[in-house]
Design a binder for this molecule. Structure first.
Ligand SMILES: *[C@@H]1O[C@H](CO)[C@@H](O)[C@H](O)[C@H]1NC(C)=O
Ligand SMILES: *[C@@H]1O[C@H](CO)[C@@H](O)[C@H](O)[C@H]1NC(C)=O
Ligand SMILES: *[C@@H]1O[C@H](CO)[C@@H](O)[C@H](O)[C@H]1NC(C)=O
Ligand SMILES: *[C@@H]1O[C@H](CO)[C@@H](O)[C@H](O)[C@H]1NC(C)=O
Ligand SMILES: *[C@@H]1O[C@H](CO)[C@@H](O)[C@H](O)[C@H]1NC(C)=O
Ligand SMILES: *[C@@H]1O[C@H](CO)[C@@H](O)[C@H](O)[C@H]1NC(C)=O
Length: 392
């Protein structure tokens, strides 16, 4: 989506919903961890996905469990599409056109998506739509920080559902709410041993948040650009298929990269369908970076540099060398809280405090994940942002 389009939409939205102005910012939170209280909606269940089993069977147990929530979510997407294009033509198109697309997806993704459709009973085209969805409507905050002992911590808020239907009565985003029951933690195994772990949405085969224990941690944030997500995805559907889906790349990096450097090279050099930010943490001092990607190139790699006093790198959805959109500045409050915390006191606990501070926490925030590479841990929490709270 073009940034100007986004700006106009946001401005329109603010004008028509004056109850949200002024922006609900607050002092940096403290003492939020372990998570309790009104911003914590619940824990996240764990599942195992066995990479040794055939792709179309891998997701059966998880999808069987989450079938009802997945069907509800897809129904909400369809209602929304039908509200935009009455007569049901849009979904008709999805049901006809997208099943063809599934066979163009690389191994193992096509088979995995087919397996999910079979298990859930959701038409194949709609499962494909669900998998495309995240490539487009995700806004987030990610951070990698190094403490004074050289320990690396990686945290993120996943904010999803911008403009996807505002529920006036509940003051919430319809799709964001429907997504919360689908959040799962997954332990991906080979030979019964963990290969990597992720926080995921049931039914989605790409990765937005994950850890390869003791080796690296990885999150992806959307990067808006005129040459944005829609164009590459449309090209793919129409037959020009020379880039990789972003969240398929993160998945294959988590599955198959063997070191921070290997992950960094793959993330920087693989041609993509759409621009993106990759936020990568390693297992040694200085190993943390934000990779700013265009579809073809890595535009910039911004690394932790202790000599320069840069003990963390933080990314929302704007290039770090540019000002964020004034209507959507989560970066300044997030950095303010990081700076107040100081390198000496950074930990999963204080990182959770930062990620719980409005507007870093907002109405789109679906989950918060915290990862510590040296311990190999990933923990995640479903979030809520009670009023008063920014819609994004
Ligand atoms: C609004 O909130 C109520 C109470 O939490 C819930 O039961 C209801 O399903 C929500 N409505 C929608 C459309 O999500
Ligand atoms: C994995 O563990 C299960 C039970 O813990 C066992 O039945 C199975 O044979 C193991 N598989 C492999 C490949 O080791
Ligand atoms: C990882 O590598 C294995 C072996 O080459 C391959 O079969 C698998 O498809 C790769 N995984 C992804 C997600 O690309
Ligand atoms: C860090 O990662 C490298 C691979 O890049 C691995 O060889 C090394 O054992 C890891 N270090 C620790 C302390 O786990
Ligand atoms: C945080 O500290 C960094 C490094 O000193 C500085 O560049 C940045 O402006 C500070 N940001 C805020 C919001 O305090
Ligand atoms: C860091 O934590 C210690 C112990 O909790 C506290 O005394 C100190 O004030 C904190 N420093 C900062 C800059 O917040």
């Amino acid at each position: 989506m073009g940034r100007s389009v986004l700006l106009v939409l946001m401005a329109l939205f603010s004008v028509t919903t004056t109850q949200f102005i002024p922006p609900y910012t607050e002092d940096c939170r403290s003492g939020m961890y372990p998570p309790t209280g009104p911003t914590f909606k619940g824990g996240v269940p764990w599942y195992t996905v066995d990479l040794d089993s055939p792709p179309h069977k891998r997701w059966t147990a998880l999808i069987t469990d989450k079938k009802t929530d997945l069907v509800n979510m897809i129904q909400a997407i369809k209602d929304l599409a039908n509200a935009f294009v009455p007569s049901g033509r849009l979904i008709e198109l999805v049901d006809i056109a997208l099943p063809v697309v599934v066979d163009t997806l690389p191994y193992p993704f096509s088979d995995e998506i087919k397996g999910i459709a079979t298990t859930s009973g959701v038409p194949l085209g709609e499962v494909v739509l669900f998998n495309i969805f995240y490539e487009v409507f995700t806004v987030c905050t990610s951070v990698v920080a190094e403490d004074s002992n050289g320990e690396l911590f990686h945290g993120r808020n996943l904010d999803f559902g911008l403009f996807l239907g505002w529920d006036m009565k509940n003051k919430s985003w319809i799709i964001s709410e429907k997504l919360k029951p689908l959040v799962v933690n997954i332990d991906f195994t080979r030979n019964n041993k963990t290969v990597f772990k992720s926080t995921n949405f049931a039914g989605y085969v790409g990765m937005l948040t994950g850890i390869k224990p003791h080796i690296f941690t990885l999150t992806m944030n959307e990067r808006f650009s005129l040459d944005g997500g829609y164009i590459g995805i449309l090209e793919w559907i129409l037959g020009k298929r020379d880039g990789m889906w972003m969240s398929f790349l993160t998945r294959s990096v988590l599955e198959n990269a063997t070191s921070y450097e290997d992950a960094k090279n793959r993330l920087a050099q693989t041609k993509l369908l759409a621009p993106a930010y990759f936020i990568l943490g390693g297992n040694q001092t200085g190993q943390g970076c934000v990779i700013t990607r265009s579809r073809v190139l890595s535009l910039d790699i911004w690394e932790i540099d202790l000599k320069l006093g840069r003990w963390y790198v933080l990314e929302t959805n704007y290039d770090h060398w540019k000002e964020p959109l004034f209507l959507d500045d989560r970066r300044t409050p997030a950095m303010k809280c990081m700076n107040q915390t100081t390198q000496t006191n950074i930990s999963l606990k204080t990182m959770y405090d930062m990620l719980s501070t409005k507007p870093v926490l907002n109405k789109l925030t679906t989950y918060t994940t915290l990862m510590e590479v040296s311990k190999g841990t990933l923990e995640s929490y479903i979030r809520d942002c009670p009023d008063p709270c920014m819609p994004w």
